[in-house]
Design a protein around this ligand. Structure first.
Ligand code: GLN
Length: 561
């Protein structure tokens, strides 16, 4: 029988329920349990795919093409499982299924209501992740207890315990214990109120994870335990950790997994935290500074680039380097470059994006990197921008552009795929999910991956225009990866440059803390090379040979990481 853990949050949003759930998932996996995770989101969009990143941060893409909440990225990185779109349900998608069923006549003339029809649909979504191959499903309920929108979810989750048996369900509530400056005290009242609110919906938490800036005292824990009716060992303190990846160790030291396993009767599994502890030790030892500029449009909300940042961090951990991020507003990039203000960057990332704003700044950054031997990694829109830059300035195709930004350009080097021309529905209509690419043997990209057939996740409408293929092929820009039928360009790389590589995919989505995405790994290696060249005082970093593409592209043996 699959066990279910529900994670709810109280007091304020943004407490890191997703990271708490993911960390618990990691601790259960470290006991050999088979874990999967999902997120229930109480908003009306069918999925976050149509949302501006300023609204909700990055859209995380799954292998099967789901456009999902960024918490799924945390889940994948922590539990090291590839999830599917079934792991994210929104109020919008739930209502849409129920309303479609109503139109089909499935309810046989009955009145369709929030209870039981919406709650039944929510329970169906929860249950579909349970199978003989899964020991534990962790379900995060988005939003904050007390929100109007969250009520059907709490009701469904409450009923669920009765449906599948008390011993198979556990509720974890994440709250905040704030420090109030004037009285110099940490306060438990918000936690008490939040638990009262949860109980008013019929849910008694089995564990409370208290977020706080500084550790909370045993007396405060006793108080929370007694007032919230949760055994002392179920009151767990997650004080701020110095790195995300330490959170599982913090929660383990606090006894969360032991308490959870005891209550769920999962006691005959032996915990092996050694690999994760080693990872955390490597995170702590990653101190060689490397300055990476991210030229983006949504830089005032770094969550918009969460997986890119994490993939850079993973590469940093691999090389013992600490990524020092410089967020560069794309519209300002041209001015900053002209003023020499970006001269101390060791590498430049041009991430994905949509729309015209900031495009010329990104093109300028790609050109600056190309002219000045600065390592540059282009992701999706980033590859398109590099293609445009190269077309304009190396191939002399004046005013080359993507038809996304200039429908009348004389040189549409990036253009819509035929299948996208008549699309009017904005949801789920892009080229989405995992696609295989064939890499050119001997290319830098193939060396980085250590194989020639690779799969990465996509989310875009526009493509490299095959009409311009020949002109690029005659230059020193290599089209180093393409779709198996040879129609779509998936990777480009520049010869005679330390690292100027772009991909139509989003390799950041598959990066894991102990297995950095290959292109991020080699990009950070190249950036470290530049940092060491500019600052000989930096300690030597042991960079595997395959990560050190020499300037003439002559690579040595493939490193398997
Ligand atoms: N806007 C571009 C396209 O639709 C790139 C998308 C992206 O970077 N994810 O093709």
């Amino acid at each position: 029988m699959t066990k279910h853990i529900f994670v709810t949050g109280g007091v304020v949003s943004g407490l890191g329920k997703g990271l708490t759930g993911s960390s618990l998932g990691r601790l259960l996996k470290a006991r050999g349990l088979r874990v999967t995770m999902q997120k229930l989101d109480p908003y009306l969009n069918i999925d976050p795919g149509t949302m501006n990143p300023f609204e909700h941060g990055e859209v995380f893409v799954t292998d099967d093409g789901g456009e999902t909440d960024l918490d799924l990225g945390h889940y994948e990185r922590f539990i090291d499982e590839n999830l599917t779109q079934d792991s994210n349900s929104t109020t919008g998608s739930i209502y849409s299924s129920v309303i479609a069923a109503e139109r089909r006549g499935d309810y046989l003339g009955r009145t369709v209501q929030v209870i039981p029809h919406i709650t039944d649909e929510i329970k169906k979504r929860i249950t579909r992740l349970a199978s003989d191959d899964v020991d534990v499903v962790i379900t995060e309920v988005g939003g904050t207890v007390g929100d109007i929108e969250i009520l059907p979810f709490l009701e469904a989750v409450r009923q669920f315990r009765l449906d599948v048996g008390r011993e198979n369900v556990l509720y974890v509530h994440v709250t905040l214990v704030p420090f109030i400056g004037p009285s110099s005290e940490q306060k438990t009242k918000p936690t008490q109120h939040s638990v009262t609110e949860l109980r008013s919906r019929g849910i008694q938490p089995d564990a409370i994870v208290c977020r706080s800036d500084d550790p909370i005292s045993i007396d405060l824990r006793r108080k929370i335990s007694s007032l919230c009716d949760v055994p002392l060992e179920g009151v767990v303190n997650a004080a701020d950790a110095s790195s995300l990846y330490e959170i599982p160790l913090v929660l383990h030291n606090e006894g969360l997994d032991t308490h959870v396993c005891k209550l769920l009767g999962l006691t005959d599994h032996v915990l092996d935290l050694e690999p994760w502890s080693q990872l955390v030790a490597r995170v702590q030892a990653a101190t060689t500074p490397v300055r990476i500029g991210v030229i983006g449009k949504y830089v005032s909300l770094p969550d918009a680039y969460l997986s890119v940042v994490e993939a850079l961090n993973h590469a940093g951990i691999h090389h013992g380097a600490e990524i020092d991020l410089e967020w560069v507003q794309a519209e300002d990039a041209e001015g900053l470059l002209a003023a020499g203000r970006l001269r101390d960057l060791d590498g430049i990332v041009i991430p994905g994006g949509f729309g015209e704003r900031g495009i010329e700044g990104k093109i300028a950054a790609a050109g600056y990197a190309r002219d000045n031997d600065v390592p540059c990694l282009g992701l999706c829109l980033g590859m398109q921008v590099m293609t445009i830059e190269y077309a304009r300035n190396a191939l002399n195709l004046a005013r080359a552009n993507s038809t996304e930004f200039d429908t009348r350009t004389r040189h549409p080097v990036i253009d819509l795929m035929d299948s996208q021309r008549d699309v009017t529905d904005m949801g789920g209509t892009m080229r989405l999910g995992a696609y295989v690419a064939q890499l050119k043997s001997g290319s830098r990209v193939a060396e980085a991956y250590g194989e020639e057939v690779v799969s990465e996740r996509h989310r875009h409408r526009y493509e490299f225009n095959p009409r311009y293929r020949k002109r690029f092929e005659q230059s020193d820009l290599t089209l180093s990866g393409e779709s198996p039928d040879g129609r779509l360009v998936e990777f480009i790389e520049l010869e005679n440059h330390p690292f100027w590589i772009g991909t139509q995919a989003h390799p950041e989505f598959k990066s894991r803390p102990d297995r950095p995405a290959p292109l991020f790994r080699t990009f950070v290696a190249a950036a470290l090379e530049r940092a060491a060249g500019r600052n000989p005082q930096l300690p030597d970093v042991d960079i595997p040979s395959a990560d050190l593409a020499s300037v003439d592209g002559d690579l040595t043996a493939t490193e398997k990481s």
